[in-house]
Design a protein around this ligand. Structure first.
Ligand SMILES: [Zn+2]
Ligand SMILES: [Zn+2]
Length: 339
């Protein structure tokens, strides 16, 4: 009996969104079959990201339905599509949010594949990682270092990657870097930034002592409420919390020439503000998705630091509880589903 028959004749458990706004349902469904340039991956763990909540809350339009969410996947390849050749059976891979780009549109042709007109996204327009198996295009899977072949590696695939792209957008001169929202992305990014000699100023939800202590324990120069003034002007700020008013708050404490980078995919409205806050060549920008180049750079860097993630683990069938934990913001570090 061939590998193909033994795997794809079987079924798997998956947590499925049938209708946005409703809890996910545990279902038994056929294991997907990889297309020619895809691989079938047996999932070890999948991170739970705030973006998953934005999808379930209909803040992101037109998801695939029914949908298996999840885009921070660590797993091992168990089957290759007919023309897949980048990996071999047993290889450890990470599957990120960016699932496919066309390679043809103007963005793809100018090295901005994160903005591709025809992009597909894991756990949004394609099924993702809240399941025992998934298929992915081999060109969009990352080879992962063995140290991340466990649940600790999962948060690197979005929290880590988007954090890293946001960090790059903050610019090379951002020696004093503010971070608004000290969750999964921030707890990874601080390790990378400290490794590169930066100082981190961590802003949390007002009164969230636990998060402030967590930031300090990880080496933050200063931590405090999101409405507090840092002890000095900052060279740049990254906002991970989905709260638009933090943009103007961060601008107030950003030095001339500095950037305020919005790292989330969705944010509440940004209040109007005086031009004076922006004057002095300050910049506001968003970060959308990732490129494969970001991924390769970040995974190499994570391994070098080495980044250690703090995780709270939930079994697959408790995905709704895991999502509630992300929504509540009470978990230090990242929430991860284990299969
Ligand atoms: Zn494209
Ligand atoms: Zn994400």
């Amino acid at each position: 009996m061939s590998t193909k028959q033994t795997i794809t004749d079987r079924t798997m458990s998956a947590m499925v969104m049938e209708v946005p706004g409703q809890p996910l349902r545990l279902k038994t469904i056929p294991i997907p079959v990889p297309a020619a340039r895809q691989v079938l991956v047996k999932i070890i763990a999948c991170g739970v990201c705030r973006t998953d909540l934005h999808i379930m809350d209909s803040e992101l339009a037109q998801p695939k339905l029914p949908l298996i969410p999840g885009h921070e996947i660590i797993g091992k390849i168990v089957q290759l599509g007919t023309t897949a050749s980048k990996f071999k059976i047993g290889d450890l891979v990470g599957i990120p949010w960016l699932a496919y780009t066309c390679g043809q549109c103007k963005y793809c042709r100018r090295e901005q594949e994160n903005l591709c007109e025809n992009a597909l996204f894991t756990g949004y327009t394609l099924d993702g990682g809240y399941a025992e198996y998934t298929v992915a295009f081999e060109d969009f899977c990352f080879s992962m270092p063995a140290r991340y072949g466990n649940p600790s590696g999962a948060p690197l695939l979005c929290a880590g990657l988007i954090g890293y792209r946001s960090y790059k957008m903050a610019g090379p001169h951002a020696d004093r870097l503010g971070i608004y929202g000290f969750g999964a992305a921030a707890h990874i990014l601080i390790q990378v930034a400290l490794h590169q000699g930066k100082k981190i100023y961590a802003f949390t939800k007002n009164g969230d002592r636990d998060a402030q202590l967590f930031a300090t324990a990880l080496g933050a120069e200063w931590s405090g409420d999101s409405t507090a003034s840092p002890p000095e002007l900052l060279d740049a700020a990254i906002i991970f919390a989905p709260v638009g008013s933090l943009v103007t708050q961060a601008l107030k404490y950003t030095d001339k020439g500095g950037s305020v980078v919005c790292g989330g995919i969705h944010m509440s409205d940004i209040p109007s503000f005086s031009y004076e806050l922006l004057w002095g060549e300050r910049m506001i920008r968003s970060v959308a998705n990732l490129t494969r180049k970001d991924g390769l750079e970040f995974i190499a860097l994570a391994s070098q630091v080495p980044v250690k993630t703090e995780t709270k683990l939930f079994p697959l069938h408790e995905a709704n509880e895991a999502l509630a934990a992300v929504r509540g913001g009470s978990v230090q570090g990242a929430v991860v589903l284990v299969m």
